[in-house]
Design a binder for this molecule. Structure first.
Ligand code: ADP
Ligand code: MG
Length: 734
């Protein structure tokens, strides 16, 4: 017999295992023995064709986004009630919701202040005699509830109890009337699913529909999507258990299977994308590094170790013929620009041009100034391309790269989106750097990548200061290689952050005035009113007038999205030079702005921003040697939102903040809902299920390694998953 490599052995063992599994799974998980009724259905069957479904009901479900059996079964319950074992009637206020069952003894409808209607339903624990508990369910202005509930009904009630005037009360509980009918086996004495409902489709109605459909579902027609090597549960079994679990344990197993399915779909898309990028043709864009060394020698500070490491990683990529697709990821102020600049020098030295694209004009201008200041002395021609300005550096000592380039061609382009359009004059793009990548859209990145002209794709480096938690990096940027700057440059001033109520504003103003008198500068940030151009301008003007007066006679300036480009330049220049003492601004200053002498930031209505965004904003200060102060003003006294802002008081670690933000608001918001392009997860949770994500990721990689085209029969399920999930366009999106 021919010897096999360990990898081949592994593949064969896997295949044997899988084959065994396919043959025997029916024995291990037999279909339910319950008698089944009606014509059989499969996941593709339209609900209108299910025999028990009245046509209007099917139409209603379709409007609700559930046209087929498959869609209905993927509409998972939002929670479950254990109706095998109700809770005892509570005696005190509690944080946890209880689920109790009782009989209605009395209903009272009262009018209270302001013509409000208050409906009280007194329920008593059944068959518990004198020891039985009682509680009041209370609704305000709920006509439909008033009509539904009457004395003698048995109710299942779910909600948080609160003691009020001697009674235990649950306000606006979720409830169901227990009907004494044949359906009891569906709605009682089991773990009961509570599906997200809509008008006319109550959880009870939906539960009945799902039950009917599951009775007709042909398990053998439900294709297995997750390979058995990842999880052995049959898909049909998992779908059944998700809706009508036999036990909490089975529910957990079913959920695990379906979360893995969801994650695997994502990770297969990532792997496919990665494979596609890897197969593109590129060329080396890496010079010997002499100019880069000169740059580093000219700096007044040493590079951090993290910066050095990132440069080495990028340099290897540049030197290889494989196109680079790398994410440079580091907290605000970690010094990403310098890494990008170094990479661009390596590229220029090899005879190609390099471009840096920034999301705003202010940022592009700042990069332009910065690049010119540092690179012109080294003979590098830097050119600016924004919608507003096109400026080539003229008459400089020329550095001549080794190629046939015309002597006046710029070596480096800095710009905004304008870089993407014709006439930008980039003929030999070797490296494209995208700063604050999360601010750009799909098409823009793709377009810049396509800028090199003849066939070979340029190397691409994307940079972001959004500290992306690990679980998300794997998901969003799974197709990119990642370099992380996990170290801050030495000698940074500390930032003291304080959450403050509006009454404290005068104190803050006094403090800002003394700091300005000592030579410092301040940012005042107010939330953008985005309703209309006119309103926005008005809000800006009002803010500006208010702050000019508060800080008079110190010079203030105004900056927001609608300020015309030339004026923006002038405003930033005056602030940078220290002539303007306070900058009243919207979040246009959120990304990248770098004025080390500014050490104060006051943010109004801080509750209107996300944590990650506040952290970005705060990153504008603490850049010089002076101690910095960030005041978050909020009139919100809601405990939860204060708690949220206090996270910023406690930590300056962007990763910690991003994790908290993600927990509080979900991934969509972290990246900007519209921009993230991530469909909301149906079932999985990026935090709680991080381990499953890792598992799915490793598995997807393995599958692609063994079977890049997904042709093996055991990978048929993966093929379906990939085809059904065009949503995962990933890093191209955000
Ligand atoms: P970001 O990663 O947020 O884009 P920048 O690249 O704007 O950060 O860098 C922030 C500031 O830190 C700049 O003023 C830059 O000159 C400075 N800086 C960069 N690297 C170092 C270093 N190794 N030591 C000290 N200061 C540095
Ligand atoms: Mg930056």
């Amino acid at each position: 017999m021919r010897a096999h490599t360990p990898a081949q052995e592994h593949t064969r063992a896997r295949a044997r295992q899988d084959a065994f599994w396919f043959v025997h799974r029916r024995k291990l998980f037999p279909p339910p023995l319950l008698p089944t009724y009606g014509a059989r259905v499969n996941l593709e069957t339209p609900l209108a064709e299910v025999d028990v479904m009245p046509a209007p009901r099917a139409r209603q479900l379709e409007r609700f986004g559930l046209p087929t059996v498959g869609a209905l079964l993927l509409h998972f319950p939002r929670r479950y009630e254990d109706r095998t074992q109700f809770d005892h009637f509570p005696a005190e206020t509690g944080d946890r919701a209880v689920c109790v069952c009782g009989v209605v003894k009395k209903t009272t409808l009262r009018r209270i202040r302001g013509g409000q209607r208050m409906f009280d339903v007194l329920i008593e624990e059944e068959d518990a005699g004198a020891f039985g508990g009682r509680l009041v369910c209370r609704w305000f202005n709920s006509h439909w509830v008033e009509k539904m509930i009457a004395q003698g009904h048995t109710l299942v009630v779910h909600g948080k109890p609160k003691v009020s005037a001697g009674n235990v009360v649950i306000a606006h509980p979720e409830f169901e009337i227990v009907e004494d009918d044949a359906e009891q086996s569906i709605h009682l004495k089991r773990i009961v699913p509570i599906h997200a409902a809509t008008e006319g489709l109550t959880p009870r109605v939906l539960r009945r529909i799902v039950w009917d459909v599951l009775e007709r579902l042909e398990d053998d027609a439900v294709a297995q999507l997750v390979p058995p090597s990842l999880d052995r549960m049959p898909r049909a079994w998992a779908l059944r258990q998700m809706h009508f679990p036999k036990s909490w344990d089975d529910l957990a197993k079913a959920r695990k299977h379906l979360v893995l399915e969801e994650f695997l779909a994502m990770q297969l898309a990532v792997s496919a994308k990665r494979a596609e990028l890897k197969s593109e043709r590129g060329e080396p864009h890496c010079g010997p590094g002499e100019i880069m060394r000169q740059l580093h020698a000219s700096l007044p500070f040493p590079l951090t170790r993290a910066q050095q490491r990132a440069i080495v990683e990028i340099r290897d990529d540049l030197a290889s013929t494989r196109p680079m697709n790398r994410l440079l990821h580091g907290d605000v102020g970690s010094g990403k620009t310098l890494v990008a600049m170094s990479a661009m020098l390596l590229c220029v030295e090899s005879g190609f041009q390099a471009a840096l694209m920034a999301p705003t004009q202010i940022l592009a201008e700042q990069h332009f100034l910065n690049f010119r200041r540092l690179l012109e002395p080294l003979g590098i021609r830097v050119s600016l391309r924004t919608g507003a300005r096109r400026e080539d550096a003229a008459d400089m000592p020329l550095f001549s790269p080794q190629s046939e380039s015309a002597d006046s061609d710029p070596h480096i382009f800095i710009g905004t989106h304008a870089l993407l359009y014709e006439g930008a004059g980039i003929s030999r793009m070797g490296l494209a750097v995208i700063d604050e990548q999360h601010k750009f859209g799909v098409m823009q990145r793709a377009r810049l990548q396509g800028k090199s002209g003849e066939g070979a794709v340029p190397d691409v480096l994307v940079m972001t200061a959004t500290p992306i938690p690990r679980t998300l990096t794997m998901t969003l940027y799974g197709d990119l290689d990642v370099s992380t700057l996990d170290e801050m440059p030495a000698g940074r001033g500390r930032i003291v952050t304080l959450v403050r109520p509006p009454e404290k504003l005068p104190d803050a103003v006094k403090f800002i005035r003394t700091q300005i008198e000592e030579g410092r500068q301040a940012y005042i940030v107010y939330p953008l009113v985005e309703e209309s151009e006119r309103l926005e301008a008005k809000a800006a003007t009002a803010e500006f007038a208010k702050w000019s007066e508060l800080l008079a006679p110190m010079k203030c300036a105004l900056l927001h999205g609608r300020v015309p480009p030339e004026e923006k330049d002038a405003v930033m220049a005056a602030f940078r030079s220290g002539e303007t003492k306070a900058l009243i601004a919207t979040t246009v200053i959120e990304v990248g702005v770098d004025v080390p002498n500014a050490n104060i930031m006051l943010i109004e209505n801080a509750e209107m921003f996300g944590l990650a965004q506040l952290h970005q904003l705060r990153g504008r200060i603490g850049r010089g040697a002076h101690k910095s102060y960030c005041a978050l003003f909020t009139s919100d006294d809601d405990a939860e939102s204060l708690e949220k802002l206090r996270i910023l008081e406690k930590t300056g670690d962007g990763f910690e903040i991003a994790e908290a933000d993600l927990r509080l608001r979900g991934p969509g918001d972290l990246l900007g809902t519209a921009q993230s392009g991530l469909a909301p997860l149906r079932l999985g949770d990026l935090f709680k299920d991080a381990d499953l994500m890792k598992l799915a990721r490793n598995h997807a990689f393995l599958i692609f390694e063994r079977d890049p085209k997904l042709e093996l029969p055991e990978n048929a399920g993966c093929r379906t998953l990939l085809a059904d999930n065009p949503r995962a366009i990933l890093s191209q999106v955000s």
